[in-house]
Design a protein around this ligand. Structure first.
Ligand code: 5AD
Ligand code: SF4
Length: 473
């Protein structure tokens, strides 16, 4: 058996891509290892969304330089968004890298590794850039790579990602995604339904539908158009499936029919990730997000009206080009007013090749970005903590995912009694004491404590009366 080490950074799309790459390499006789020293092939599935993610990969590659000198037959590969963005530059910066494969070419990884093993030298396969052909040619050069699933690669066998679209056409000025992941293309609904059915047959209870702008999903066949609301309705009928989530939503495409379906279908998680990015119209305009703060507020009102129990989460970028203190205060005001369940907050990182990098100087100093990041995070944490306290004493339904982080670190990894973690229907993390056999079950849990990130609870046990055991019966 050959050994494969794979490290994944970035978004859920990358996690899914790695799962699929591993599945295809297992068929070629690879098994996984968790250290680079005994690996025959080392792969990095990379992210380009911020500079920091790229720096981490280049340093990891740097650390492998000596390994390649002592073990020249080790194959080192860079996959994913940074491979597509930097292309040959990776060979220049790390000449001992053997393989570069963009996210639209991952289906070629097994053949490329076989060619390198046979002495074929360095290989690179990337897709066309957004200006390197007709729309159709560029679309064809970004292939969705979805049919093989490998339950062993997933964090839990009860949950799986299902890609419903690839690429993005929104071209927000800060974002590298449209150039590295190519044009927006929705998958055929029949393929999505077949894949989900297979996952449910294998015991998967929760699926998370993935797309950069998942609610822009649209598949046209003749005059029949399938939208996300239609897809959810079809997936809802699949036996064995208990929960359906979808990320990430684009505010302008959050239509009433979708919200109504989320409300009406019991298997749809009451959880919506709809990044607003900024609370200032001036900044949103520079970001070319295509909506105003007023539009976003109007959308939030519709969510609250149509899906009152929904938890909404957001992303924010602080320190975008030209962001003033007043702009930042408008963002704070929005966070204060909308009470998101949680927010992911990022310092703006200029991405070469984006409109933002071309048009505007990255003029907010690093220390200001850092302070705004910390301030916004502190405000969000306070809100999350207060809102989580509202759960004290309540019963929630939790899909148990596995051992909590604390018990994973404990001395006895095989202990039957341990601390478990899972999530509610509105995506809140719940930690409780249980036993290994409860992993994968959906359990009623009473909440007795909470902080900003976690609810703590105990399994509701049904009281078994003595009459059941009466010997006189
Ligand atoms: N700098 C900082 N954050 C970014 N994001 C996307 N591009 C950048 C960038 N250049 C953030 C956005 C997006 C999330 C996935 O990453 O908030 O929603
Ligand atoms: Fe990037 Fe904007 Fe597309 Fe999201 S919608 S992937 S932020 S370009």
């Amino acid at each position: 058996m050959k050994k494969l080490y794979i490290e994944t950074v970035g978004c859920q799309m990358n996690v899914l891509d790695s799962e699929l790459v591993v599945a295809s390499l297992r068929k070629q006789g690879f098994e996984l290892t968790d250290n680079t020293s005994d690996a025959d092939t080392i792969l990095f599935n990379t992210c380009s969304v911020r500079q920091h993610a790229e720096d981490k990969i280049y340093s990891a590659l740097g650390r492998l330089k000596n390994a390649k000198v002592t073990h020249p037959h080790k194959i080192i590969g860079v996959l994913g968004c940074m491979a597509q963005k930097d292309q040959r530059l990776i060979f220049e910066r790390a000449p001992y890298v053997d393989l570069i494969v963009g996210p639209g070419q991952l289906h070629q990884v097994p053949d490329l590794i076989a060619e390198i093993e046979a002495g074929g030298g360095q290989k690179m396969e990337v897709s066309l850039g957004r200006k390197e052909g007709t729309r159709q040619q560029i679309e064809r050069s970004h292939e969705s790579f979805d049919p093989l699933r490998d339950a062993a690669m997933r964090p839990t066998p009860y949950q799986a990602y299902v890609r419903i679209m690839i690429g993005c056409d929104k071209f927000c000025t800060y974002c590298i995604v449209p150039s590295v992941r190519g044009p927006e293309q929705s998958r055929h609904p029949d393929d999505i339904i077949a894949e989900t059915r297979q996952l449910a047959d294998e015991g998967c209870k929760e699926i998370i539908l993935l797309g950069q702008t998942v609610n822009s999903y649209r598949y046209r066949e003749g005059d029949r158009v399938t939208r996300l609301s239609d897809l959810l309705t079809s997936l809802h009928g699949i036996d064995g499936l208990e929960r359906i989530k979808f990320v990430t939503n684009y505010p302008k495409d959050m239509t009433d029919d979708l919200l109504q379906v989320v409300h009406d279908l019991p298997k749809c998680a009451k959880y919506l990730h709809v990044p607003v990015q900024s609370g200032s119209n001036r900044v949103l305009e520079r970001m070319k997000r295509g909506y105003t703060v007023e539009d976003y507020r109007e959308m939030m009102d519709r969510i609250r009206h149509l899906v009152p129990e929904a938890a909404v989460t957001s992303d924010f970028i602080v320190g975008f080009c030209g962001e003033t203190e007043d702009d930042f205060q408008l963002t704070c005001k929005l966070v204060h007013e909308q009470r998101f369940k949680n927010s992911f907050i990022f310092k703006y990182s200029e991405r070469p090749g984006t409109k933002g990098a071309e048009l505007f100087p990255d003029d907010v100093p690093e220390d200001v970005k850092k302070r705004r990041n910390n301030e916004l995070l502190a405000m969000q944490n306070m809100i999350s903590e207060v809102d989580n306290h509202a759960f004290l004493g309540r019963n929630v339904s939790v899909l148990v995912e596995g051992p909590s982080k604390a018990s994973e670190k404990s001395d006895d990894p095989d202990a039957l009694q341990l601390q478990l973690t899972g999530r509610t229907m509105c995506d809140r993390i719940v930690v409780f004491d249980g036993n290994r056999r409860q992993i994968g079950q959906t359990l009623p849990i009473t909440i007795y404590d909470a902080n900003a990130h976690t609810l703590f609870g105990a399994v509701v046990t049904q009281h078994v009366g003595p009459e059941l055991f009466s010997l006189n019966a």
